[in-house]
Design a binder for this molecule. Structure first.
Ligand code: G3P
Length: 215
């Protein structure tokens, strides 16, 4: 499973990129707003740090606006993936982008049939929002399972990108279910790394190392 980091914070991206564990980056308007700089500037900077798919979301909600913005975003860097909301005009735009070789991440997916339509339109990635489904007292991971199964059954090339990941078990389940990608907040990537037995084991090794006779 590929790991993307879900942030527009350059320090967070640099931190995990230096560990070699990050294959790409996803952003959304909320995350870009937190970065406090224009979208194109932030995306350009991210492309300098990570050599992998970098999702940048269009802000228009009409077909012409999405196509215009998506084409502009795709010119920033060859690694840019245009993120498009899962609405009718969005799928029309995805169809155009697919015909022009522009990769897309169809976002705000909350049902398996939305995901099937996005695949038919030619989406490169589909983003089921797992955490936000959990927030509604439903089981977000069921959607990941359904999308993986439907795409496999019919041979769609669209990759399932588990999004709105909130905690380590979301990542474990995404991996078990065969999601192609999980986009994970910086804090959760560090939670995945941490184990108290690693820390206590290392502390004991360092204590014992002091007992090793010196030459
Ligand atoms: O990738 C989508 C993600 O950023 C949404 O996460 O936690 O706002 O539901 P969240």
């Amino acid at each position: 499973m590929k790991i993307f980091i879900d942030t527009a914070d350059l320090a967070e991206i640099r931190d995990v990129a230096a560990m070699g564990v990050v294959d790409g980056v996803t952003t959304n308007p909320t995350l870009i707003a937190k970065a406090g700089r224009p979208l194109d500037v932030v995306i350009r900077d991210i492309c300098e740090i990570v050599d992998g798919p970098i999702s940048a979301e269009v802000l228009s909600t009409d077909f012409d606006g999405m196509v215009r913005e998506g084409r502009e975003l795709s010119k920033i860097h060859p690694n840019v993936v245009v993120k498009v909301p899962l609405i009718a005009d969005g799928l029309r735009a995805v169809k155009v982008f697919a015909s022009e070789g522009i990769r897309t991440n169809v976002t705000l997916c909350f049902s398996p049939m939305q995901g099937m339509l996005a695949a038919k339109a030619g989406a490169t990635y589909i983003s089921p929002f797992v955490g936000r489904i959990d927030d509604m007292a439903s089981e977000g991971m069921i959607l990941v399972e359904q999308l993986v199964s439907i795409y496999q059954t019919y041979g769609y090339a669209t990759q399932v990108l588990a999004a709105s990941i909130r905690h380590p078990m979301h990542v474990v389940r995404a991996a078990e279910l065969g999601a192609h990608v999980a986009t994970i907040p910086h804090k959760v990537i560090h939670q995945l790394l941490k184990h108290p037995l690693t820390d206590s084991g290392l502390a004991q090794f360092l204590v014992d190392a002091k007992k090793i006779p010196q030459k």
